[in-house]
Design a protein around this ligand. Structure first.
Ligand SMILES: *[C@@H]1O[C@H](CO)[C@@H](O)[C@H](O)[C@H]1NC(C)=O
Ligand SMILES: *[C@@H]1O[C@H](CO)[C@@H](O)[C@H](O)[C@H]1NC(C)=O
Ligand SMILES: *[C@@H]1O[C@H](CO)[C@@H](O)[C@H](O)[C@H]1NC(C)=O
Ligand SMILES: *[C@@H]1O[C@H](CO)[C@@H](O)[C@H](O)[C@H]1NC(C)=O
Ligand SMILES: *[C@@H]1O[C@H](CO)[C@@H](O)[C@H](O)[C@H]1NC(C)=O
Length: 357
């Protein structure tokens, strides 16, 4: 999925955060995603976040339902080091401040990726040694600056092809598969000891060849004696066959098997970018099918001991990346475009609470 490379960097409004408003009667405390997740003994429920100060409902929802977020674009290489050793932190700093102010975890995203990578890196023609030095300088600068706010870091993002082989990129083509342990070694050197280091990729949820590739990566990094704490399963899924994806969200057992393929190696697993899209417009029947898919996803996490949390890729369908990338698809999130909870919200919550059933 190439959406992230097309993701529009939405202009951020001022850093002022809307004042908290009184919770509505139906936003009762038990009805909270992250509180239920904590009751299940896990760490977090997060959302991808683009701070929009004019959307006060969004601010209320973050407070009520989430204890973690992933900055959608602000920490990516093109945003933070647009030219060599010229770091631009205005946007990323705003997210760090937002996390501190609202006492939220940040899933920091990301250090090393082939996409949203400026041309000065990808087309620079650097030799192995120089490229590794560029990588270290980038990781060092970000890791140090956000040392006290990053709960987790995606150290390497999307290094695999769908058939499980390594993707061709400036990193792999120049350094070889050693770029993975090298990136994790630098990350470990500069982040806080409490920050968890993740490998993150998509289609790991049902493509067993790619899942095996992720397991190979965990073993490779460990074979270098380097710390890796977890694997992120993006989980950009569908509730029905669409032209962008013929295979809808698999059954719970398949999802659990995929999570265990890496968690059995002694690392944590998380769903990092969950959304479940459909052919639009939605209908009540389709929304029910979607709710069941969200429930299965949450249940699979709760069933796997080392699944420590889940992040959904946005709050309201109003701002989802999907229609812009896959026309006539969307309605993929837990709140509709008016910020009303969808059946998917109840399904997701039910899945989180499945341990108590
Ligand atoms: C907030 O701003 C965005 C972008 O300018 C706009 O699309 C959206 O409708 C605004 N939301 C509200 C509630 O005014
Ligand atoms: C650093 O990057 C920014 C954003 O691209 C640019 O406006 C600025 O001129 C650059 N500064 C230097 C010293 O290259
Ligand atoms: C795996 O996929 C990549 C990218 O599509 C392709 O270049 C490569 O030849 C494939 N390898 C095998 C063994 O199928
Ligand atoms: C690049 O250098 C690293 C670190 O010395 C090494 O592990 C890796 O194998 C080298 N890659 C190539 C293609 O020579
Ligand atoms: C995995 O790869 C094998 C051999 O290339 C192929 O036959 C099989 O269809 C692939 N499985 C999946 C789930 O893609």
């Amino acid at each position: 999925m190439r959406f992230s490379s097309i993701a529009v960097s939405l202009a951020l409004a001022s850093s002022a955060i809307a004042a908290p408003s009184k919770p509505k009667p139906n936003d009762d405390c038990d009805d909270s995603l992250y509180k239920s997740m904590k009751k299940a003994g896990r760490s977090f429920i997060g959302t991808a976040l683009t701070i929009r100060t004019n959307e006060t409902r969004e601010q209320e929802i973050v407070k009520a339902d989430f204890n973690s977020f992933t900055p959608e674009n602000a920490m990516k290489w093109e945003s933070t080091e647009p030219s060599r050793n010229n770091f631009t932190f205005e946007d990323a700093d705003r997210y760090a401040a937002y996390a501190k102010k609202n006492k939220l975890q940040i899933h920091c995203h990301n250090f090393v990726w082939h996409s949203q990578l400026p041309a000065w890196v990808s087309n620079g023609g650097f030799d192995n040694k120089t490229l590794i030095a560029i990588m270290e300088n980038h990781i060092k600068t970000l890791a140090t600056r956000y040392k006290d706010v990053c709960t987790r870091w995606d150290v390497v993002n999307e290094a695999l092809n769908d058939n499980g082989t390594y993707r061709s990129s400036v990193w792999y083509d120049t350094i070889g598969d050693a770029f993975l342990p090298i990136a994790f070694r630098f990350a470990n050197k500069y982040v806080s000891k409490n920050t968890e280091l993740f490998y993150n990729d998509y289609n790991l949820e049902y493509n067993s060849n790619k899942t095996a590739g992720a397991a190979r990566i965990v073993k490779l990094i460990k074979s270098y004696g380097v710390r890796i704490n977890g694997v992120g399963y993006q989980a950009h899924l569908t509730s029905e066959a669409t032209s962008s994806s013929p295979s809808p969200t698999p059954d719970q057992k398949t999802l659990e098997t995929a999570l265990r393929a890496t968690s059995d190696l002694g690392v944590d697993v998380v769903y990092t970018e969950v959304d479940v899209r459909m052919n639009t417009p939605s209908t009540p029947a389709k929304l029910k099918v979607q709710a069941d898919a969200f429930e299965r996803i949450a249940k699979s996490c709760i069933a796997v001991k080392r699944c420590i949390g889940m992040t959904v890729w946005g709050i309201s369908d109003k701002y989802s990346w999907i229609p812009g990338v896959f026309p006539s698809e969307g309605a993929a999130l837990l709140w509709d475009d008016k910020y009303v909870k969808k059946p998917a919200y109840s399904g997701f919550l039910k899945g989180i609470e499945s341990r108590n059933n």
